[in-house]
Each structure stands twice: as C-alpha cells, then as structure tokens.
Ligand binder design. Structure first.
Ligand code: URA
Length: 197
C-alpha cells in the first residue's frame, strides 16, 4: 500500500483509497500504545477470559490541512471521538512556524491526544502543535503523533525536544531534499489527497 501511494502515477482515487487504509492501520496501532487495565470477562461458554480494557479517554487533534485527511480513519475506529484542530503556517517575516488557529475539546488536558499529520518532515509544525497541546495542559507523555511517512531529521527534532511523546508511523524515509520534501517520499500528501496543486 505504501508503494501505491508513493507511486507518482497513482491516480487520486487510488491514492485516497490506499492512504485511508494505511491511516486506519496506524490509528489501530496507535491505540495499542495506550495503557490498559486487566479485566476478567465471562464468555457465553461460562468460562472466564483475562482481557484488558482501556480506561482513559482520547481525542484527535489534526494539523490543518493534510492532517484532516486522517480524521475519518480515527472516527471509523473510535465512534464519536472528539477532534480538535490546529492551523500552523510559516510566518513570512520570521520563517518560523506560527499558530493561526486552534480549537480543542474543553477537557483536553485529561485526554490522550492522537496528533494527526500525514508527513513528519522538518518537524517544525509538529513541534509547534505539541507546544500548543502542552500549553493547554496535555502532558507530553499523553501525546501520540501519528503519521504515514517521516524522516530521521523530523524524528530527531521532535523527540529531542519532546522525549516523552510517542511517534507511530508507517515508514521512515532517507531524509529531506533541498525543498524540505521527504525523499524518496510521496510528494505533497495534502495536494494528492485533496486533488489540489
Ligand atoms: N509534507 C508532505 O506532504 N510531503 C513531504 O514530503 C513533506 C511534507
């Protein structure tokens, strides 16, 4: 599936279809990393089964725009999940990532947060988004950054600054090119998913 979405000849319909399948797998994997408590279940055969149960609460936070493509995958797995949003863009004057908009569930500080952005490139927007979540009271160790593709530069930048966060990804690529695209990569995820230039 990663081969299909990386292929420059893949049309938009297939790109969206396979990206959605990967996103669903990533969300399921992300949920596997949340803490659980042991619980005893009685099955219809009258036998006990030692299971586990998730006791916390989660929410999604998508980084606009590409991160919004991952919201449905989260909803498919967690019915009625709350989803916050963050818009970060490069400040024209300073060239640094700047927060333009954010909206979160009011009790976000008590939830595990799945931060959604398909590509971890330089880590600039991810670090800004994590900073905003921490400012809203979310402990670093309750943030799970979910992406489809990343590179060593981004992973190092994010985990050096926030060592307690977890990153769940589908593939780690070689690095970044001069335009800060991940290589070999898949191009601009948002443009390919939404069919824009
Ligand atoms: N965002 C993308 O969509 N692709 C990259 O390669 C880097 C950032």
């Amino acid at each position: 599936m990663m081969g299909i979405i990386r292929d420059k000849n893949t049309n938009r319909e297939n790109f969206v279809f396979y990206a959605d399948r990967i996103i669903r797998l990533l969300v399921e994997e992300g949920l596997n990393h949340l803490p659980v408590v042991e619980t005893t279940i009685l099955t219809p055969t009258g036998q006990e089964y030692q299971g586990v149960e998730f006791q916390g609460r989660i929410c999604g936070v998508s980084i606009i725009r590409a991160g919004e493509s991952m919201e449905q995958g989260l909803r498919d797995v967690c019915r009625s999940v709350r989803i916050g949003k963050i818009l970060i863009q490069r400040d024209e004057e300073t060239a640094l990532p700047k927060l333009y908009y954010s909206k979160f569930p009011p009790d976000i500080a008590t939830r595990y947060c799945l931060l959604l952005d398909p590509a971890l490139a330089t880590g600039g927007s991810a670090m800004k988004a994590i900073e905003v979540l921490i400012d809203h009271g979310v402990p670093e160790e309750r943030i799970l950054f979910v992406n489809l593709i990343c590179c060593p530069e981004g992973i190092t930048a994010v985990t050096d600054k926030f060592p307690a966060i977890k990153v769940v990804t589908a593939e780690i690529d070689g690095g970044l090119n001069e335009k800060k695209y991940i290589v070999p990569g898949l191009g601009d995820f948002g443009c390919r998913y939404y069919g824009t230039d």
